[in-house]
Design a protein around this ligand. Structure first.
Ligand code: SAM
Length: 159
């Protein structure tokens, strides 16, 4: 598969999983958390999907499109290992989207293990995690992916 094909599949998986998540949390109140602002593409998609909800973004270094940068009240700047355990939200989150992969398997695996453990307290019991990494959160079940997305390309978890 060419790198272009792989990129398109990753973007398609992200969009389709976020759209699926929007349907799954339609009746679950709470803010949305975005881990990894990057260019701001998925943040922009989330705020389009959830115009009525607060979207809080965790990022170590903001380098997004200028139109896709959250205001200071919704930006938790710093390493996830510091900001996630210390985050104080107005209410438990309905959805976490974490797009945090670097392409370095060892570092990504370590970060996934950390997030799999530390994201859970930020979520409602019926909340959802959508992630590019396999977080293997204890006590959470993998949910089916939208049609056409290869297993393990993206992950949706609910307790
Ligand atoms: N979803 C984004 C988009 O649509 O543009 C792309 C996210 S990009 C793949 C991953 C982001 O996670 C990068 O902006 C990187 O700086 C951030 N990141 C990675 N590890 C981090 C860490 N330990 N703490 C905070 N931010 C981190």
């Amino acid at each position: 598969m060419s790198r272009l094909d792989s990129f398109i599949r990753r973007m398609t998986a992200q969009r389709d999983c976020l759209n699926r998540a929007a349907a799954l949390i339609a009746d679950i109140p709470g803010p949305v958390l975005e881990l990894g602002l990057g260019n701001g593409r998925t943040y922009d998609h989330l705020r389009t999907l959830f115009p009525e909800r607060e979207v809080f973004v965790f990022e170590i270094k903001v380098a997004a499109h200028p139109d896709c940068i959250p205001d200071a009240d919704h930006l938790l700047l710093g390493d996830f290992r510091d900001t996630v355990p210390r985050a104080i939200l107005p209410s438990p989150a309905a959805l976490v989207h974490a797009d945090v992969g670097s392409g370095r398997p060892k570092e990504d695996g370590e970060l996934a293990r950390f997030l799999g453990e530390h994201l859970q307290p930020l979520l409602r019991p019926d909340g959802l995690i959508v992630c590019d990494q396999d977080l293997a959160p204890q006590g959470w079940r993998k949910q089916p992916l939208p049609q056409g997305i290869a297993p393990d390309r993206y992950h949706i978890y609910q307790r």
